[in-house]
Structures are given as structure tokens and as C-alpha cells.
Write a protein that binds this ligand. Structure first.
Ligand SMILES: [Zn+2]
Length: 705
């Protein structure tokens, strides 16, 4: 019924026919019931009364027959001498014979009666049975007679409908034959196939959008493939499960400019291609080689067009005046309801700009790309503390995360300590370090070996850009003169220590001092790194790294302390985060076998402990006195540090007990870290709020124990 809810004719017919057949069914059941009960009644009375009477008379007949036999015997046995007995026996014999005659006649009578009655009773039963059927048929007939006009009407309609269906079928058959012929002929001719209707790919006339089915490999682990409808539109790649239903389409890649598309041969499947994005790699499969080439070419072309469009559009980010475009891009929803909605719709929402976006983009020099000067940097290398355009960020990414950690300023999440690192560096400082000895001659510079290198510009080719960025950061060609001279003399360590003490933790020298430092070899650079780390001067630390400092250097003149250990003494998070971002190993101990975690525990700095634990610092390591970080904190009665270390242990144990999957304590642990890193370690207010959050923490942990 549900399937015909809009078809009134069919619904009416079903209703009437159902009613009629129900009536028929009811009559039939009543008739059968009546017939059965009457038949049983007749038979019961016949068996119980009539047959019983016959049986009784037969029994009587047999009894009298025996009695006559007995009377004959007695009569025969009487001795001649006893005359009295002879007479008695003779009279008994006469009585018995009379009784026997009577019983015989009775029996015969009953048998005859039953013979007649048998016929009438059976006939009677049959007749009433037939009458029952007859009345049922009459009733049914009248029911169907009532329905007859309607049946005729439906029959006529049915004929019309059948004729219509036949003609439609013929029409469809003709159409499908035409399509089939077209498809068959076009598959012979490759050229025509691209325009044929059988092609599974739709390219829209303006060539801004392409859609079609592709197989998508779900995960690397299970390697199963699913067929999805893919759409390339508006410089984005998305897919949905159903053909042409963009409702709920999943965006696979938000910005195809960041992606590299290449045919992929290293698989058992044919017609595969790979989309390599900054964060993931997608493996897709087309239906045939031609489609595969088409997809690869189209995506490459889309990315190129989008890139050119971006270059021709004037910059929309100005320092201090963040454009609506930026806001839209920083808050665009993950799920795309309709990609055709006008861009102004999102801009009108006027979302709140994340505070980190403003603080990163307003740092001196960060309004243009650090490497090519493109005026629209939305990417950043957060271990180098610079902002980058999308093209330069791609080159940084190709270095690997151990050299340059790249993420989007607007689209990615930023941790407070990462923002603090960015805030203390910036493009101006980075250029003073990495482009210090650029000998400018137009756009051509010389590296330290005297080779000419063309400086990257916003619109330069990828080759030029790659060579420039590689020379600048990887080869560090412009950091020092080949024959360095006239650099300011470095103060010795004791001098510096005094200066630090006098200024109560503040950097006594300022950025200019540190940026003018030089080091002839790696050891000197490493010592420079230690000194800059000790006062927490990030420009100085970056300069030392550029000069070739070893991030895990052990200062043998000062108990094998590492730059990371020095950075802890500042009491600040940013220098520690900077060292960790730039590859400091988290557990390297000093001569007393004290790890950075030991030092942080001694200093009682909860924020720094969180940073180290986040990098999976091992808190079970013991120093030369056999103490681990927790026992030091317990000895110091440092409630904050004890709580955090215990919480981390609890987290480890819970991970160990359930295999580390879906551990709810992980989220809580991350929240705690967030609490601590959100508090500026140097702020006075920070101390009290740290204490209050520790109170809530302690109550949380007690519920676990
Ligand atoms: Zn750039």
C-alpha cells in the first residue's frame, strides 16, 4: 500500500477487491462450519440410537438361540422312568422355542429397519451438505454481481494501461539501443569516447569542475577500496557516496595548490594515481587509463590556475587589517553543504579571528613571505619562527619536519608555546640571520662558495625558489662570510652569568648583541647556543643553530649540560619549546645523570615539565643519587609538579593496561597540559591560577586512585 500511496485508482481497486474477497472468505468458512456440525450431529444420532438397537436385538437373538439349545438337551436327557420331569422338560422346550421365534423376528425387523434408515440418513446428510454449498454459491454470486460493474471498469482501464506500457517499453528499447550503438561505436574510436555519453566523467563547459567515479583506498592498514563520486571544484577535491549528490560531500583536500598529483605504478591495481598533500597521501583509481590521465591532468591544471589566480589577485592581508577573506578561510566548515553557495555567505558570518593569527601576522616582517617577499603569507615554519607563502612553504615541507615544521597560520591549531616562539622570532630576525651575507647584485646573489644564486621572488619558477630556499636554510650559504672577520668579541661565560644575575633572569644583551655573534666552528656555535639558551634569547639561539650548533651539545666545561638544560633555567616555556622543536633529545642527561626533567623538577616549573612530558620524557630515569624526578619533587614538597608527574604515571599505566587504544585518560592528560601551557610561565598571575588548576587536578586524580 505504501508503494501506491499516490495512485488513487489502484488504492480503490485494492480496497474493493479486498472487501469482496474477505466477504467470500467469511461465507465459505461459515458454510464449512455449518456443514460439518450438521453431518456430525446426524452420524452421532445414527450410531448412538439406531445401530445400538440392532446390536441389542442381535444379543437377545443369540441368547434365546442358546436357551433353545439348552432346552433341547435337557428334554433329551430326561429318563423315561420320571414322567413328571418329562412333562416339565417338554413344556420348557415349548416356551424356549416361542421366545426364540420372537427374538428372531425382532432381530430381523431391526436389521431391515436399519437397512432402510441407512439410505435415508446418508442421503439426508449429503443433501444438507449440498444445500449449504448451494446457499454459499448464491451468496458469493450476489457479492460478485454487485462488484461486476466495477470489475468491468477496471478491466477496461487495465487494457488502456497495458497498451501504454507496451508503447513506452518499445520507446525505451529504441532509446537504449541507440545509446548502446553509440557506446559500442565510440569505444572503438578513442577520440570519440571522450565526448560520448557513456563516459563516467563529467567535465563542465567552463572546465572549472570535474566529476566522476573513482576507487579510493580507505586506509593503509586494511587496503580496501571503495567506489565514490569525486568532485574537483573550486580548487578543492571532495567525494560523496552517491552520484551527483553533493549533500554531505566530504572534502578530501581543501586546497589543491598544496597537492602534488602523480600517476602511481607501485601497486597491483591499474589506472592508479596519487594525490600527495602536506598531511596525507591519497591513492585513487580510475576506470581506465584515459580517465586516469584525464583526472591527473585536470587536477594539475586546476592547481596551476588557482595558483596563477592567487598571484594576479592583489594581497588581501594587510598587517593590522585582517581581511574578510582571511576570516572565511580560517573558519570555513569541514563539511561542505553546497559548494555553489556564494563566497559572501561565509564572509557575512564575520567569525572571530583566532588571536594567534593576529599575533603571528603582526610581528615585524611577517606581512610578507620570509623567502620570496610574497605579500600574502599564510603559512609558517614554527621551529624557524617565520611566515611563508604557499609556494615557499612547499619547499620547506620537502626538507622534512626535522629541518622545518610547516603549518597553516589560519587553518591549523596552534599551541600557546608555539605562538610564543613565533612572537620572539619573525621574518626580520630570520633574514638578519639567514641572509646576513647576501651580496646583492640585482636579483643575483653569491653564496659562500662564490656560486651565483638567484634570489626568489613572488612569481619566480619553482626551480629558482627551491635553489634559493635550500641555499638559505639547508646549506646556510649566507650566514657567515667565508673568511669571517671583525665580529664583536664574545664575553666569557662568567661575565655572562654575572650579567644574567644582575638582571634577574632577563636577557642582559638584547637581540642586536646576539645577532652580531659569530662562531668559527660547530663547538663555538654550540657554546653560543648554550649561552643564548641560558638567557632564553630565541634570536640568539636561532643564530647559533644557523652557525652550525649541535642541539644536543654537552658542555664539558659545565657538567655536560645541554642547551635544553640551559633553556630550563630561564623559567620560561618558549626557549624550552624552541629547543624541543629544533630537535633537542628530551632525555639527554648531564654529568650528574640529571635529565632535563630532573632539572625542571628541581626548578619546580610545572609548565616546563608539561612540555617535556608531552615529548614523552622518561620520568623513571634516576640521577647519580638514585632520585627520579618525582622523588625530587616530593622532597621539595612541590604539589604542582608532584601532581603532574603522578598524573603522567597514571596515564602511562592506563595505557599499558588497555593496550593504549582509546584511552580516556589521554584526553584528560592533554587538557591538563593545555591548562599549564596556556599560563604564561613568567606572569605573576600565572602562579596563582596554576595553583587553582592544580587543586581541581588533585581532586580529579583522587577519583582515579
Ligand atoms: Zn614565498
Amino acid at each position: 500500500m505504501v508503494h501506491f500511496k499516490d495512485d488513487t485508482m489502484l488504492l480503490e481497486a485494492i480496497g474493493k477487491f479486498t472487501q469482496c474477497l474477505s466477504q467470500w472468505n467469511l461465507n465459505y468458512n461459515t458454510m464449512i462450519e455449518n456443514c460439518n456440525s450438521y453431518f456430525i450431529q446426524c452420524m452421532n444420532s445414527f450410531i448412538k440410537n439406531d445401530i445400538k438397537r440392532v446390536k441389542d436385538s442381535r444379543r437377545n437373538f443369540h441368547k434365546n438361540s442358546e436357551d433353545v439349545g439348552t432346552a433341547f438337551s435337557r428334554n433329551a436327557q430326561v429318563p423315561k422312568s420320571k414322567l413328571g420331569e418329562c412333562e416339565e422338560a417338554a413344556s420348557n422346550l415349548v416356551i424356549s422355542r416361542n421366545n426364540f421365534k420372537k427374538a428372531s423376528i425382532d432381530y430381523l425387523f431391526e436389521v431391515n429397519i436399519i437397512q432402510y434408515k441407512k439410505r435415508t440418513e446418508v442421503l439426508n446428510c449429503l443433501l444438507s451438505h449440498l444445500k449449504g454449498h448451494q446457499s454459499f454459491i448464491v451468496q458469493t454470486n450476489s457479492t460478485f454481481n454487485d462488484l461486476n460493474p466495477y470489475i468491468q471498469q477496471i478491466s477496461a482501464s487495465l487494457q488502456t494501461l497495458q497498451n501504454e506500457a507496451a508503447s513506452t517499453r518499445q520507446q525505451l528499447r529504441n532509446e537504449s539501443n541507440t545509446v548502446l550503438n553509440l557506446a559500442m561505436s565510440s569505444s572503438v574510436d578513442d577520440h570519440r569516447m571522450s565526448t560520448s555519453t557513456s563516459s563516467q566523467i563529467d567535465v563542465y563547459p567552463n572546465e572549472e569542475c570535474m566529476e566522476g567515479y573513482l576507487y579510493k583506498r580507505t586506509t593503509k592498514t586494511f587496503k580496501s577500496w571503495v567506489r565514490r563520486w569525486f568532485i574537483v571544484d573550486n580548487n578543492q577535491l571532495m567525494y560523496c557516496s552517491q552520484h551527483k549528490s553533493r549533500e554531505g560531500a566530504v572534502i578530501m583536500e581543501r586546497d589543491l595548490r598544496l597537492c602534488n598529483v602523480v600517476p602511481f605504478q607501485d601497486t597491483d591495481r591499474r589506472f592508479c594515481f596519487q594525490i600527495i598533500s602536506p598531511h596525507r597521501t591519497h591513492l585513487l583509481q580510475a576506470d581506465n587509463e584515459k580517465d586516469c590521465q584525464k583526472w591527473v591532468a585536470f587536477i594539475q591544471e586546476t592547481a596551476k590556475k588557482a595558483y596563477n589566480r592567487m598571484n594576479s589577485t592583489p594581497s588581501c592581508i594587510k598587517v593590522g587589517c585582517i581581511s574578510a577573506d582571511l576570516m572565511a578561510s580560517s573558519c570555513s566548515p569541514l563539511r561542505c553543504v553546497s559548494t555553489k553557495s556564494p563566497p559572501s555567505a561565509t564572509s557575512n558570518l564575520l567569525p572571530k579571528i583566532p588571536s594567534h593569527v593576529k599575533s603571528i601576522l603582526t610581528i615585524s616582517g611577517n606581512d610578507v613571505c620570509c623567502d620570496c617577499g610574497h605579500p600574502d603569507p599564510r603559512w609558517a615554519s614554527f621551529n624557524l619562527g617565520v611566515t611563508l607563502c604557499i609556494e615557499c612553504s612547499g619547499i620547506h615541507r620537502s626538507f622534512g619536519v626535522h629541518k622545518s615544521k610547516v603549518k597553516s597560520v589560519t587553518l591549523d591549531a596552534w599551541e600557546p608555546d608555539q605562538v610564543r616562539v613565533m612572537e620572539q622570532l619573525g621574518n626580520d630576525i630570520a633574514r638578519r640571520i639567514f641572509e646576513l651575507f647576501v651580496c646583492e647584485d640585482g636579483d643575483v646573489c653569491m653564496n659562500d662558495a662564490g656560486t651565483k644564486i638567484v634570489k626568489a621572488t613572488p612569481n619566480c619558477s619553482r626551480e629558482v625558489r627551491e635553489e634559493w630556499v635550500t641555499a638559505k636554510y639547508l646549506k646556510r650559504s649566507f650566514v657567515r662570510r667565508s673568511n669571517s672577520q671583525n665580529h664583536p668579541t664574545m664575553p666569557s661565560t662568567p661575565q655572562l652569568k654575572n650579567a644574567v644575575k644582575m638582571n634577574d633572569g632577563a636577557d642582559a644583551y638584547g637581540n642586536d648583541y646576539w645577532l652580531n655573534q659569530d662562531a668559527d666552528d660547530s663547538e663555538a656555535a654550540s657554546k653560543l647556543l648554550c649561552r643564548a639558551a641560558e638567557v632564553g634569547n630565541l634570536p640568539g639561539m636561532l643564530k647559533a643553530l644557523a652557525l652550525g650548533a649541535d642541539v644536543n651539545f654537552k658542555n664539558t666545561e659545565d657538567s655536560d649540560k645541554t642547551p635544553l638544560i640551559y633553556s630550563l633555567t630561564t623559567g620560561l616555556n618558549a626557549p624550552v619549546e624552541f629547543m624541543l622543536l629544533n630537535g633537542s633529545k628530551v632525555d639527554v642527561p648531564d654529568a650528574d645523570k640529571k635529565t632535563p626533567l630532573h632539572h625542571a623538577a628541581i626548578l619546580g616549573n610545572a609548565g616546563q615539565i608539561c612540555l617535556l612530558l608531552k615529548r614523552k620524557a622518561n620520568q623513571h630515569l634516576k640521577d647519580i643519587n638514585g632520585n627520579d624526578a618525582l622523588s625530587i619533587a616530593v622532597e621539595n614538597a612541590d604539589a604542582n609538579v608532584v601532581t603532574i608527574l603522578r598524573l603522567a604515571r597514571l596515564n602511562e599505566e592506563m595505557k599499558g593496561s588497555d593496550g593504549g587504544f582509546d584511552n580516556p585518560s589521554d584526553d584528560m592528560f592533554a587538557e591538563v597540559f593545555k591548562d599549564f601551557s596556556a599560563i604564561p610561565s613568567s606572569s605573576v598571575d600565572g602562579a596563582s591560577s596554576t595553583r587553582s588548576s592544580i587543586c581541581t587536578l588533585s581532586s580529579t586524580t583522587t577519583t582515579f586512585q
